[in-house]
Write a protein that binds this ligand. Structure first.
Ligand code: HEC
Ligand code: HEC
Ligand code: HEC
Ligand code: HEC
Ligand code: HEC
Length: 215
């Protein structure tokens, strides 16, 4: 009995079926990524294991961001602090507070606190904190008034269009580097005019070509 389809056709069909499976898989991955709450929702505010308040520590107590996010000026990532940083104070301050129970346990056992990441870019986009912070772009331009947040929430879309908007016209976001962590800082005059001077003086030129961010 002769086959309805030739052997070659059969092979083609298998290849096609394989390709469809791969494509569906990829689309699923991309969709899964796009549907992740922190992609859709600029208000993304996950519940954290410890009720740590930036408003209290960075706002009221006036702690500098770099006391905890030690690597923002030197590395691509900003780093969330280890438990030791908290215990610098909380070995003495509120040392019996039930709100710090998990912090004490983490310190005693050496198991890190499982903070939930708020901001997340896909792996195919390259981002670097050091490049921005040392160019004089403040945390506030991308993260908002973290010093007024009891719980950190995502305020910027982190989309490609958002990155490019600033890269095409960064002037209004540039300030002298010593004020990058002073989130309430305002220049005396027009921010864009000061920014233009800073950009020219430091020859700041953010990448707008694809390979700048997709390496
Ligand atoms: C006392 C230590 C401390 C200080 C000071 C501090 N932070 Fe944080 N920061 C943390 C901890 C702990 C987390 C993780 C828990 C959370 O998200 O609330 C965090 C999380 C963040 C996140 C979210 C990270 C993510 O998961 O995407 C941002 C943004 C941030 N901090 C910005 C700042 C800025 C801006 C300042 C200065 C105004 C600052 N922080 C000062 C300890 C600190
Ligand atoms: C130009 C925008 C921009 C500026 C300026 C900026 N950040 Fe971020 N930040 C981001 C993005 C985008 C992410 C997510 C990075 C990722 O997922 O790879 C992020 C992530 C973080 C995280 C989570 C840990 C990490 O590195 O992924 C912390 C903490 C943080 N930023 C703190 C800060 C602090 C503190 C400052 C100011 C000193 C600052 N950021 C300035 C855009 C910015
Ligand atoms: C420079 C000192 C200092 C550091 C470092 C510090 N804190 Fe605090 N923290 C304080 C002070 C001061 C208070 C407020 C005490 C009060 O209300 O009298 C406080 C309050 C708190 C509270 C509320 C406690 C309660 O019972 O109301 C929590 C939770 C907390 N801190 C978590 C953390 C975590 C987590 C870290 C590390 C990421 C950290 N703190 C780092 C000084 C610090
Ligand atoms: C508020 C303004 C602003 C935003 C938003 C912003 N950038 Fe930038 N970016 C800059 C400036 C300013 C520079 C520094 C250019 C220089 O020094 O010549 C820069 C530099 C860079 C560089 C070059 C760094 C290097 O090491 O070569 C990359 C890559 C980059 N940005 C990626 C991103 C990505 C990805 C996003 C979005 C997630 C983003 N940026 C959002 C202003 C911004
Ligand atoms: C300033 C940084 C930056 C530059 C320059 C840039 N991209 Fe992107 N791109 C991103 C970021 C960040 C994302 C992830 C955004 C998201 O998830 O919404 C992205 C996502 C993408 C995606 C995934 C689909 C999408 O739209 O979300 C494609 C495709 C892409 N970029 C292609 C390009 C091409 C082609 C160029 C050059 C014309 C380019 N990008 C230039 C930052 C950049």
């Amino acid at each position: 009995m002769s086959a309805i389809f030739s052997k070659k056709f059969d092979t083609n069909l298998r290849v096609l079926a394989g390709a469809v499976v791969v494509i569906l898989g990829l689309t699923g991955g991309v969709l899964g990524y796009l549907l992740h709450p922190n992609q859709l929702d600029t208000g993304y505010t996950p519940v954290q294991p410890v009720g740590f308040s930036h408003k209290l520590h960075a706002g009221n107590l006036g702690m500098d961001c770099r006391y905890c996010h030690t690597s923002v000026e030197q590395a691509a990532f900003a780093a969330v602090p280890p438990t030791e940083t908290c215990m610098n104070c909380h070995a003495q301050v509120k040392e019996k507070s039930p709100k710090l129970q998990l912090v004490r346990e983490s310190y005693a056992t050496g198991a890190p606190i499982q903070w939930v990441k708020v901001h997340r870019l896909p792996d195919y986009a390259y981002f670097n904190h050091q490049a921005h912070v040392t160019a004089g772009v403040s945390c506030v331009s991308c993260h908002g008034r973290v010093d007024q947040m009891v719980e950190v929430k995502q305020v910027s879309p982190l989309s490609m269009a958002w990155c490019l908007d600033c890269h095409r016209n960064p002037d209004a976001h540039l300030r002298p580097v010593e004020f990058v962590t002073k989130l309430d800082w305002r220049p005396e005059g027009d921010p864009a005019e000061l920014g233009r001077q800073l950009r020219e003086a430091k020859n700041i030129n953010p990448p707008v070509n694809c390979s700048g961010c997709h390496r």
